[in-house]
Design a protein around this ligand. Structure first.
Ligand code: HDD
Length: 747
């Protein structure tokens, strides 16, 4: 029968917990004794990975099937040993001369344990240090077969993938919802070798030449003296650099737009950024740009919400991705390509395809779908998979070639190089998560952390000792013999690279008034954090080149005069760049349900929300279960733990909550009659200001009034029938937010 995947997953978890507890059910369920979680006194099987978890496919270091299973890997056995397999009777006490005597240096187990621990961390990535990843599968539609011979793009071929999302600037422990670019890196384990598409959620880059990468990153990272601020661009060095280096204008504008604060990794677009060259079976070549289009649509947080999230739940995006996959609500993206003829000059409609600060509007070159990516399993071990995965733009397969984009050229060097430090030597390709699924017959030998045992005597070519093997493959990877433009050697760039403002203007003009307002607020916020007046003034001059209204509004916010200067180019907007105005699936959206005293009503609504593929979270003054007859309803968020940012919409049940004096009222223990609990008022008020759909029935109006929410405000649904209110709120969620609620002085 067809049931909601989330409901199914919840049942699965309940069953698994029940089984682990020896057949009894989970606490909070009818007639169940709470389980005792006692320390086992004899070995028993470890818990297997949960249903939502999968590790890298077990292949050997040379790509052959290993015969290994997930269960046989790591810490599966009953008895503790040293790293070399000697059994240990005690790991809780150091070896001492007498109970109160000195610890002895000869304690090899103590030394091994502490030494290994001392080296548990590896250097974090110099950029994109904080990330979250998942396993999945890519299924090709076959529609790219006429432009590329890549085997994984042939119709119906399924390719395992591992995808890592990331922020760029923050360190490993920083918060998720910062204003930043997001990485979107995909490893395709194809039958012809690994293909890595190492992209971002923003289709352009700050710089046109890789030699500037250390500059832009040094400017964006925290100040070198005090290491402040963490994981953000709102500081002097960043704005100093981008106001001087105006080729960064386009990317910076995207960062200041809603794209800089995605609602979820599941709701971001991804872009390969550079133009790539595809090669068909007959040798014909085509230029393309890669796009990932999320099935759930492209959605963002609002800035205040993002800031609150970073304190309340710094793991917001990481948790959201893992929870969705665990619940069976698998995120999916369509891979698409924009196709351009491989003309000699590598331009399209006057746009330089080798300039990574430029896009080609979708209205000029539609994105043509070529396959579907579905993420369906969480990693088993964060370090072994998410941390040790090594992406490289030079991991290419026959049918996909790079272009002469100078940004890409530097990247082709950087990724391999950085992994050698980060992963401790040149054999990181042998780590389980990085192993190709294609057979490996390289002649690379030895080195730190070599795990393959290479047979044979002749790792060189030509040889006769190993029968001449491996032979060069006639169908192997060949670089396209594209002619190189003749010219004098020099540190130069083409004239087209000087246009830094026409596309930022196009992006600005493509946004809806609400989105433009958010951009103005973002620039005003960031520049307010800049101490040096000269930098603020200089950046205003840059904004004047994008748009006069943008510049005036930000100048007004900063209390600075509007500089001279105006846009010099006339451009058409690209409506595809706006995120607002369409309707999207609501799968996985989180609805907060402020419980009333009618437990039947809450039970029914909870189920209705689950049936719609969304996630209900029951909110009540205190934890435990809601009092009442029949199946119990567990409270998932107490007033003390609930904060608006966790919910996409909030429903307030009509009758007063149990233990409260009014709807969402004070804890009965406080015994104070009257006003709505201030924590509920705050929650509702924030949700209102963040333009989230709100609903309530019966006495819920008291809560809205206490939170300063006008009864007739857009997207506030009051009624008498909870089911009708839920259905209207669900419709509103399809548009992500109640956009009319933002004040718009620009329309
Ligand atoms: Fe990069 C990591 C994306 C330009 C040098 N980059 C990294 C990651 C992503 C990108 C998603 C994280 C991969 C992961 O999850 O492990 N980078 C981009 C995009 C760029 C770009 C879309 C421009 C179009 N990057 C870029 C340049 C350079 C680098 C120009 C150097 C010249 N990037 C690196 C790196 C990193 C990296 C230093 C750090 C960690 C790593 O590679 O594995 O090599």
């Amino acid at each position: 029968e067809e049931t909601n995947p989330i409901a199914k997953a919840v049942d699965k978890v309940i069953d698994a917990v029940a089984e682990r507890n020896g057949g009894s059910e989970i606490p909070g369920r009818p007639g169940v004794e709470p389980p005792t979680i006692a320390e086992p006194v004899e070995p028993r099987d470890p818990l297997p990975p949960k249903a939502d978890q999968r590790g890298p496919d077990p292949v050997t270091a040379t790509g052959q099937p290993s015969g290994e299973t997930t269960e046989t890997r790591g810490q599966g056995g009953p008895f503790l040993t040293t790293a070399t397999g000697t059994r240990l009777p005690d790991t809780d006490h150091s070896l001492k001369a007498g109970a109160r005597g000195p610890v002895l240096l000869r304690d090899h187990h103590l030394r091994e344990k502490i030494t290994h621990f001392d080296h548990e961390r590896i250097p974090e990535r110099v950029v994109h240090a904080r990330g979250a990843a998942a396993h999945g599968v890519f299924r090709a539609y076959g529609t790219a077969a006429n432009v590329t011979k890549a085997a994984f793009l042939v119709k119906d071929v399924e390719t395992p993938v591992f995808v890592r999302f990331s922020t760029v600037l923050g360190s490993r422990g920083s918060a998720d919802a910062v204003r930043d670019t997001r990485g979107f890196a995909t490893k395709f384990y194809t039958s012809e070798g690994i293909f890595d598409l190492v992209g971002n959620n923003i289709p352009v880059f700050f710089i046109q030449d890789a030699i500037k990468f250390p500059d832009v990153i040094h400017a964006g990272k925290p100040h070198p003296d005090r290491e402040i601020p963490q994981a953000q661009s709102a500081h002097d060095t960043f704005w100093d650099f981008v106001s001087l280096h105006t080729e960064a204008t386009h990317h910076t504008l995207w960062n200041m737009s809603d794209r800089g604060i995605p609602r979820s990794y599941r709701m971001m677009e991804g872009f390969g950024v550079h133009t790539f060259r595809l090669v068909a079976a007959d040798g014909a070549t085509t230029l393309v740009k890669f796009h990932w289009k999320p099935k759930l649509g492209v959605h963002s947080l609002v800035w205040e919400e993002a800031q609150i999230i970073n304190g309340v739940d710094p793991d917001f995006h990481r948790r959201d991705l893992a929870d969705a996959i665990e619940a069976g609500a698998y995120p999916a993206w369509e891979l698409g390509i924009q196709i351009f003829p491989d003309s000699g000059d590598q331009t399209y409609e006057g746009i330089d395809l080798l300039d990574p600060t430029k896009i080609v509007p979708e209205e000029l070159a539609p994105v043509q779908p070529i396959g579907l990516l579905t993420l369906d399993a969480n990693p088993i071990n964060f370090f072994a998979e998410t941390e040790q995965v090594a992406f490289h733009v030079g991991h290419l397969v026959p049918g996909i070639d790079v272009t002469d984009d100078p940004l890409l050229a530097g990247r082709l060097f950087s990724y391999l190089d950085t992994q050698i430090t980060r992963l401790g030597g040149p054999n990181f390709d042998q780590l389980p998560i990085n192993r190709t699924h294609a057979p490996v017959n390289d002649m690379l030998r030895d080195g730190m952390h070599q795990t393959a045992v290479h047979p044979g005597a002749a790792p060189y070519r030509p040889n006769s000792l190993d029968g001449g093997c491996p032979f060069q493959a006639p169908d192997g990877y060949v670089e396209v013999p594209f002619p190189v433009e003749a010219g004098a050697r020099g540190r130069v760039a083409p004239a087209s690279y000087d246009d830094h403002f026409s596309q930022p203007r196009m992006f600005w003009l493509s946004l809806s008034p609400v989105e433009q307002e958010h951009v103005i607020a973002a620039y005003t916020f960031e520049l307010s954090k800049v101490y040096e007046p000269a930098i603020r003034e200089r950046q205003l001059k840059v904004l004047a080149q994008i748009d006069p209204v943008l510049c005036e509004e930000v100048a007004a916010g900063l209390g600075l005069p509007v500089p001279d200067g105006k846009p010099e180019t006339i451009v058409d907007p690209s409506p595809a760049l706006s995120q607002v105005g369409r309707t999207w699936p609501v799968a996985g959206r989180v609805i907060g349900l402020v419980a009333g005293s009618d437990i039947d009503e809450i039970r029914t609504l909870r189920q209705a929300i689950l049936d719609a593929g969304m996630v209900p979270l029951v909110i009540a003054p205190t934890g435990g279960v809601l009092p009442g007859e029949g199946d119990q309803v567990t409270v998932q968020r107490t007033f003390a733990a609930a904060r608006s940012v966790e919910f996409d919409a909030i429903l307030v049940a009509g009758a007063p909550a149990p233990g409260a004096d009014a709807v969402g009222g004070r804890d009965a223990k406080a015994g104070v009659p009257g006003p709505v609990d201030p924590r509920v008022t705050l929650m509702m008020n924030e949700a209102y200001r963040h333009a989230k759909p709100l609903g309530g029935w019966g006495e819920a109006d008291a809560t809205f009034t206490a939170a300063g929410i006008p009864a007739d405000a857009p997207g506030v649904v009051s009624g008498t029938d909870p089911a009708t209110v839920l259905s209207q709120v669900t419709d509103l969620l399809g548009g992500h937010r109640v956009w009319d609620r933002f004040p718009s002085g620009l329309a």
